[in-house]
Design a protein around this ligand. Structure first.
Ligand SMILES: [Zn+2]
Length: 386
């Protein structure tokens, strides 16, 4: 496969393009972020935005919160630097790990914030996971749509027009380019551009209602609210990372020091190195494994590429990490297959149809990866079976 000469991302990476020298567009927009964007002017924009909304509603802003490093830093920054009163909204995708729940409790108590946590119907979640896996090879439709749509419903219900997300998507992809020098609006067009994988909740209804006892209201949490309601609210929905330069390592260290936030081991990742990344979900290992089967790279490549771009890792060390860690079968696959009542053969057959050329997966030679320390505490369904 063709790879970026600078960061190593392969040609199967979403939105990637290469220049004549073989450098990818993600690397190019990163140089723009570091060299050209006037971050002090952006900070002034942020100050003005916040002052427009401060003290005028029951809450100054709404913060959608997963408990990962980005939303934790966002909440920390808004409460500590700006002294805002936020409404924290947590969409529970059904796979929150024990360490994450402990982090969340500590963060909420230390910062002193109001929190609403919402958990959708598990039976619906499982059916949505199966459908999205079969259609797109990406079972996370319920989570991505829920995380981005549900807080907007609460923004309307509680009349909180200012919504703050964390990391802008330009950190990883080129759906929105730092070089456009525009503020990324986290709105319905962004939702439809890549969050929902091209499947609206209406589409989803049509796909599953024949074999699933669906109440149409079951899909409300996954549907973007009506535009007229959002317009009436005069909402702004933006990423904090569009206004201050996003730096995950520095920010992770800050929340560890200030809030006692803890990283965790993640299936398929070198332990210790990236323990601040993607600790939210017990199914992250399956998600990364799927990406590897479809595109021939996983999050080890993605994370080392980011480090290379930020001048923190050399290409040789990155290649070694990728060779050692990438492409192992995660133990969580067993739980995942139980949830979906699916065999591994069926899973592989689905994935095989969705592989992104020129990559070709070799299912036979794949080895099992290691269990994480908390694996035995993750919810599983086989325990309930006789
Ligand atoms: Zn690159």
């Amino acid at each position: 496969m063709k790879k970026c000469v600078q960061c190593g991302l392969p040609e199967t990476y979403e939105t990637i393009e290469f220049d004549d020298a073989g450098v990818c567009n993600i690397c190019q927009q990163q140089q723009y972020k570091q060299g050209v964007i006037d971050w002090s002017a952006r900070k002034v924009m942020l100050d003005e935005l916040i002052e427009q909304y401060r003290g005028k509603y029951d809450y100054d802003c709404l913060v959608p919160f997963s408990g990962g490093k980005d939303s934790t830093f966002t909440l920390y920054h808004l409460v500590k630097e700006y002294k805002l009163k936020p409404l924290v909204v947590q969409f529970n995708h059904g796979f929150m790990r024990p360490g994450l729940l402990e982090n969340n409790e500590r963060t909420f108590k230390k910062l002193g914030v109001d929190v609403i946590s919402f958990t959708p119907n598990w039976k619906v979640v499982k059916r949505l996971m199966r459908e999205a896996l079969v259609r797109k090879g990406d079972f996370c439709w319920h989570c991505h749509t829920g995380i981005f749509a549900y807080p907007m419903h609460l923004a309307i219900k509680f009349k909180v027009p200012l919504v703050f997300w964390g990391e802008p998507s330009s950190e990883y992809t080129a759906y929105y380019d730092y070089r456009d020098d525009a503020i990324e609006e986290v709105d319905e067009s962004r939702f439809n551009r890549f969050v929902n994988l091209g499947i609206t909740s209406d589409d989803m209804k049509g796909m599953i209602e024949k074999d699933f006892d669906l109440d149409p209201r079951d899909l409300i949490p996954y549907s973007y609210p009506a535009m007229r309601d959002l317009k009436q609210l005069r909402y702004r929905s933006v990423c904090l990372g569009s206004f201050i330069p996003w730096d995950v390592k520095t920010q992770s260290k800050l929340i560890m020091d200030e809030l006692g936030w803890k990283g965790d081991e993640v299936e398929g990742m070198p332990p210790g190195l990236y323990s601040y990344e993607k600790i939210e979900c017990a199914m992250q290992g399956v998600r990364d494994y799927l990406k590897f089967l479809k595109r021939g790279y996983s999050r080890v490549t993605q994370m080392t590429a980011l480090d290379i771009r930020n001048g923190r890792l050399d290409k040789d060390s990155a290649d070694k990490l990728v060779a050692e860690w990438e492409g192992k079968k995660p133990p969580s696959l067993e739980l995942f297959l139980e949830f979906l009542d699916m065999s591994e053969g069926e899973f592989n057959a689905i994935v095989e149809k969705l592989v992104v050329p020129p990559y070709e997966p070799e299912f036979q030679t794949i080895q099992w990866g290691k269990k994480t320390h908390d694996f035995d505490r993750w919810y599983r369904e086989s325990k309930d079976k006789p």
